[in-house]
Structure formats: structure tokens, C-alpha cells
Design a protein around this ligand. Structure first.
Ligand code: SF4
Length: 361
């Protein structure tokens, strides 16, 4: 502890509530779940339910806007939010909550300036994730032992995370500061998931039933959206990569073969007709409606091998240089379709809110 900046750790506590010090602080308050049934505690219950709801609907929770200032609500609502997720008995809710919290922590970490971020990352890696990382000189500001690097990088599918593409020296993998933030964020996501899985099934006390019911309805609605037909959203709600491709197509600017394929598969997946998709390519200098129609029908699975092609994942889009700002605007999605579904859920989510409030009113 003494080697870390005590002021920074204290102010971080509210934003990073999984820290041991935070858990000890909450424990010292002696709060039991039943204490939240008291009306004077309702702001914490509301905050916890909001936290889970935002994770389910939007997939990411925004930082509170208070920077790193402590907030009692933030600290106390965290274990309660974890309990609410456990009460949902839904692996999907667990995954989404963990990813949402981790994404938010990643954003917070990216805002810590100067040398302090190094202390914070080393602290989180060591104290929270049990990974021994060491400071190095730029451009590689950190090194992590190979087995522990592999543990932190689990699930990171981009080629750059593969060991063969890394600088490895004497059993250590060397990483830059932004890479260390991604690794710690990824490690935190798995850490939160593990903690939720360890909690297992939690019985729902009576005073939390309305909250749990509401969250279950959101989950059901999301499941329907995933399996049911996707509602068409305007291009302003498309992922940035697809918006950029659309703009280039409409302007008649050159687009790579893979870019054309990605845009067509995306437009078909969101429910545009073959005619509408063909029309998007009509500004190309070499446009031939017959060939364009054949190609689009092929991607739709109506011709040739009858395979309906999927929209490429973000990692593939990145490899082909089609991702915009390295996904900074996309809240950690893994595919353009995930982005689109989140937007659809967010727009529908407001309807869910209205419906739920009508039902409860
Ligand atoms: S992160 Fe994914 S959805 Fe967002 S711009 Fe990049 S490829 Fe598109």
C-alpha cells in the first residue's frame, strides 16, 4: 500500500468499488440487505437498480461526471447492484453487467493523466487481479509475466494480443500504457463475472421484487429483440464504420471490396431489401445494376452457395482498416450488429420504461 499514492487511492474508491479498501469500508458500515428495505435507503436501491438497468439496456454506464470524487451512493449501490444481478439468475445479465462496469472503469482509467495512471494500473493489476506487473520505460511502460499476460488477455481476439505478435523478453510481455488499460479493463470484466458467479443464486426479498421484475422484463424484451425481427433504425443510429461506408457509397467514393461486402451484409441484416441495397451502390462509376444485384443476392444467400453471409466482427473490420477511431465511440461492442442492437434496445428501452411506469402506476 505505502508505495501507492494514498490520495489517489482514496479518491478512486468511489469509482472503483471492487477495491479491497472499498469492500472493507462497506463492511464496516455493517449494512445488511434487509437494511435497504427502510425508506430512508431508497436512494441507494434506486441507484443500484439504475446501474443494472443501464448495463442491460445500453451495455455501458457513463462515468458519474464527478470525476474521481467520492460518492457514497456510488460505493454503496455497487454491492446492491451485484445482488440484483445475482437475483436475475441470468448468465446474460451477468455478462452484460460485468462488461458494462468494466467498460466504464476503462473510460475512467483513460482520464487519469500523467504519471498517476501508472500507479493506478500497477495497483489494480496487483491488488485486484493478482497479476504482478512492473513499470518500464516508454514506449513500453509495463511488463507482465507471460502466464499472467495470457490470463489478462483472455477473450481479446485481435491479432495484436496474440503472444506471437508481442514483444517478449526473458519471460515478460512488454505493453504500452493504452494496452495496459485494455488488459486491466478486460481483467476486471472477468473478475466481476467471477464474483457474480460465486454469489450463485440469491433469493429475492419482498422489497426488491418490483425492481427484479422490472429488470426481468427488460431482459425478456432484449431477448425478443435478439431473436425477433430487427426494427429498422435510421443511418444516424448505425455504427460509425457503417455510417462511414454509407457516406462513401453515396458520394461515389472508392470503397474496398471488403468494405462493399461489409456494408451490404450489414444493410441486409438490418432488414433492407435487395433493391434498397443495390440502390446504395448506384453512385459508383462502374455501377452495373445486373452485376450489383447478383452480388447482393449472393451475400443475402439467394444465389450461389445459398449461404447468408454474416456481418464481419469488429476485429475483422479493424484488420481491414474500416473501424472508426479504433472503436472509441462504440462502447466496447464486438460487432457492428451488436452496436445496432444496442441502439435498437436503447430506443425501445425508453418504451420499456414508459410501459413499466404505466404498469406500476
Ligand atoms: S468498434 Fe466495431 S462497430 Fe464500432 S466502428 Fe469499429 S468496427 Fe464498427
Amino acid at each position: 500500500m505505502t508505495s501507492y499514492d494514498p490520495y489517489l487511492l482514496e479518491t478512486m474508491m468511489s469509482q472503483l468499488p471492487f477495491l479491497r479498501q472499498v469492500r472493507e469500508y462497506v463492511r464496516s458500515l455493517g449494512l445488511q440487505l434487509s437494511d435497504f428495505a427502510d425508506p430512508s435507503m431508497s436512494r441507494f436501491t434506486e441507484a443500484a437498480a439504475r446501474r443494472v438497468e443501464e448495463a442491460l439496456i445500453y451495455g455501458v454506464r457513463q462515468p458519474s461526471g464527478r470525476g474521481l470524487q467520492p460518492s457514497e451512493e456510488e460505493v454503496i449501490s455497487y454491492p446492491l447492484a451485484m445482488a440484483l444481478v445475482a437475483m436475475l439468475s441470468s448468465p446474460k445479465a451477468v455478462r452484460r453487467f460485468a462488461a458494462s462496469e468494466a467498460e466504464r472503469y476503462g473510460r475512467i482509467l483513460s482520464t487519469i493523466a500523467g504519471e498517476r495512471i501508472r500507479d493506478v494500473l500497477l495497483y489494480l493489476a496487483g491488488e485486484v487481479l493478482g497479476v504482478e506487473a512492473q513499470a518500464e520505460k516508454p514506449p513500453y511502460e509495463f511488463r507482465v509475466a507471460v502466464p499472467q499476460y495470457l490470463r489478462l488477455a483472455v477473450g481479446l481476439n485481435e491479432p495484436r494480443w496474440k503472444l506471437v505478435n508481442r514483444m517478449v523478453h526473458r519471460g515478460y510481455v512488454y505493453v504500452t500504457r493504452p494496452e495496459m488499460i485494455t488488459l486491466v479493463k478486460n481483467g476486471l470484466e472477468h473478475h466481476i463475472r467471477r464474483r457474480l458467479e460465486e454469489m450463485g443464486r440469491v433469493d429475492v426479498p419482498q422489497f426488491l421484487e418490483p425492481y427484479v421484475e422490472r429488470l426481468k422484463k427488460i431482459l425478456e424484451k432484449m431477448e425478443w429483440r435478439r431473436t425477433g425481427p430487427l426494427s429498422r433504425l435510421g443511418p444516424e443510429s448505425w455504427p460509425p464504420c457503417m455510417q462511414a461506408l454509407r457516406a462513401r457509397l453515396l458520394a461515389g467514393e472508392p470503397v474496398s471490396h471488403f468494405g462493399n461486402f461489409s456494408a451490404a451484409s450489414f444493410m441486409l441484416r438490418i432488414g433492407m431489401t435487395v433493391e434498397e441495397v443495390v440502390e446504395m451502390y448506384s453512385q459508383r462509376g462502374d455501377f452495373d445494376p445486373r452485376i450489383a444485384r447478383y452480388q447482393v443476392e449472393h451475400i443475402a444467400g439467394l444465389k450461389g452457395s445459398r449461404t447468408r453471409y454474416s456481418v464481419p466482427r469488429c476485429s475483422t473490420m479493424q484488420t481491414h482498416g474500416l473501424c472508426i477511431e479504433n472503436g472509441r465511440l462504440c462502447g466496447g461492442v464486438r460487432s457492428p450488429m451488436e452496436y445496432y442492437r444496442r441502439m435498437a434496445a436503447a430506443k425501445g428501452g425508453r418504451n420499456i420504461d414508459r410501459k413499466a411506469s404505466q404498469e406500476s402506476g
